[in-house]
Write a protein that binds this ligand. Sequence first.
Ligand code: UT7
Length: 328
Amino acid sequence: MGIKILGMGCYLPEQKLTNDDFTRFVDTNDEWIRTRTGITERRMAGWEPTWYMGKEAALKAIEKAGIAPEDIGLVVAASATSDFHTPTISCIIQNETGAVNAAAFDVNAACSGFVYALDTARRFLETDKSMKYVLVVAAEALSRFIDFEDRSSCILFGDGAAAAVIERSDALYTSHLGADGSGSHLLYARCVNVAEEVKVESDFDDGFPEKRLHKLYQNGKEVYKFATKALPKAFTLAAEKAGITPADIDWFVPHQANVRIIETAAKNLGVPMDKFIITLDHYGNTSSASIPLALCEAIDKGTIKRGQKLALIGFGAGLTYAGAIFEY
Ligand code: UT7
């Protein structure tokens, strides 16, 4: 059983941060950022909570899908930067969109989150035939966790949200979800918990080197190495389940972290770069929102057309990786 994307929507905060803007906080420059990452600018949430960005994207997706929100059976939201420990942003989005008959839960698989959420949604559609539509949302406000004193990570991230309404179809679908928790200490942000501050500062070594509360810590070099292998691996493990080769795919929609990672993955897969949708130059790395934002933009521009085969491939903190191949 496959899925059909009926409609997508996205939300981007208005505030833009260019590479030059970062020279105010850290010792960096536009040339380094562009050549080492491919990023030129990114959006930063101001007053918008994460759920709000997700809700705005979801409302557009529902409108484009042309469905009644009451017919949505499930809201799955991916986020690594939720507003609350509880409730989930999916519950808030369920209420805000009028999806009154939907179950709602969040998925946190960091930057692989949208593919994890989409794949989970498909499994619900397959096993519960009373469910007509699923709303899959990814929303991130990474700017609230960025360490603006760390020049190697603060320049990478941006905020935004994207959403898709899906239903079941008879078309192709294959996927693979993976994780390697041995790398969990390579990319993380602690939960904000004031009461725990003393414990975090204690001598207990929990294996996570950065002790400052809630700031995003990344071992860029190690994550880079993982990412260049994870992208082709996520694709290959999904593709071989359905006898698909890279040549069968019309568009690769990878997680948008660093253009050099995508170039290496493209080379390893033997695929030309012009088959990869790239938005990281103007949005940076928006974690779980990066794949659906790229997808949404390419659909809106008419680049991705109905019937074409897509490969969504993600990797991220956890460490996680995920691939999903289906027809648009
Ligand atoms: O979705 C989450 C997944 N995360 C990722 O995919 C991130 C993966 N990692 C990366 O993309 C890259 O490792 C970075 C972009 C984070 C760093 O690029 P790099 O080519 O690996 O640089 P590096 O860490 O090897 O640093 C090279 C030099 C260093 O200076 P020295 O030691 O050679 O003097 C850094 O201090 O570049 C310096 N540097 C900078 N210089 C100017 C690091 N960040 C900056 C900066 N501006 N922003």
